[in-house]
Design a protein around this ligand. Structure first.
Ligand SMILES: [Zn+2]
Length: 142
């Protein structure tokens, strides 16, 4: 049963009854933000304290890492907000969301599919996120 998930950039640990995210403070702030969201993703997605059932530990870890990365990107660059700002390129997304070009490139590729689909704000929770960012969207319109 994992009681911690450890990376070079940061880690999340359970110590007695406290869960803590520890961050490598020598990283640039942009990287620290991403790592905090990644580790928070592990926590909120229930990756700590759960025994892998049928998949191997390695497969489980890999899918959990992907899920934590997706969580971080969804939090730092919400699709509906990018849509509201008409952002498409990795460069635009990196600047507005203050994420790395690598993360922004990943997000821009996903946004291409979402723009083709055109189903933004169809889920009530996405509509709530959009509403919460309405002032940000208004202030950052080109
Ligand atoms: Zn991780």
């Amino acid at each position: 049963m994992p009681d911690h998930i450890d990376h070079d950039d940061g880690k999340i640990i359970i110590l007695e009854d406290q869960t803590m995210i520890l961050i490598n403070q020598t990283m640039i702030p942009l990287r620290q933000r991403y790592t905090i969201m990644h580790e928070l993703g592990h926590y909120l997605l229930g990756h700590l304290g759960e025994e892998p059932l049928s998949r191997s530990e390695k497969e489980c870890r890999s899918s959990e890492e992907q899920a934590a990365d997706k969580f971080a990107i969804d939090m730092l660059a919400p699709a509906c907000v990018l849509w509201g700002l008409h952002l498409r390129t990795a460069k635009e997304i990196a600047e507005v969301c203050r994420i790395s070009m690598q993360a922004a490139t990943f997000r821009a590729e996903r946004m291409q599919l979402l723009y083709q689909r055109q189903k933004f704000l169809s889920h009530p929770l996405e509509k709530r996120v959009y509403d919460q960012f309405s002032e940000f969207i208004r202030l950052n319109q080109k």
